[in-house]
Design a protein around this ligand. Sequence first.
Ligand SMILES: [Zn+2]
Length: 242
Amino acid sequence: MGRYDRQLLEFTDEEQGRIRRARVGIVGCGGLGSYVVTSLAVAGIGGLTIIDPDVPDITNLNRQFIYCRHVLSGETPRPKAELMAEWIRSINPDVSVDYHVGRFDAETCGLFDGCDIMVDCLDSISSRQFLNEYSVRTGKPMVHGGISGFTAEMCTVVPGQTPCLRCILGDMPDSAKPPASIGSVVMFAGSLEATEVLKLVAGRPDDSRGTFFSYDLSNGRVTPVRFKRDPACPVCGHALKR
Ligand SMILES: [Zn+2]
């Protein structure tokens, strides 16, 4: 019997091999990041590169479950990225983990050059826009996720094939206050993101990529919105003219 027997009822050995060889970049070690890395690590992802500038505090614990033990014990605060790397190794020592304490920006994005796919686990729109630019520039697919109250959202960007996040979200400013965060909704959004990553690295086709999905869990409504690439998009628009 093997650790992955049950998922090998869905994935072929070849697909599981692709999962084992993939390295995924996780930008943000908050609530979304907690659920994404957990789902990918137990699925046998090959490597995770993670980045976050913060240390956890008590207000994180309704969703960022991997820090509960550290915050509640009163130990000297340590960076989320370091604690998350320890968590990943504890649940699957076969995963190769690189962690970085800092923001994902022009200085640090090169640390992700070895990644095949990027996952947006951020909570600020300006950081997301930079991640989107990095994804388009490097040609790496990016899975976006977000939450607000009972609403979870998810979209997969494949540069050159789908609209980018700027085509979809436009040039939105950051909101003044953080969104309402319910742990179970964050878990749902993180699960959607992780499932997209597994499908992408396994090589499964899916013509819904580029569609922006909004799930209102207060009433069960799912709203898929299919966007077109914007030829005037300042991030991916020039690629249309080539
Ligand atoms: Zn675009």
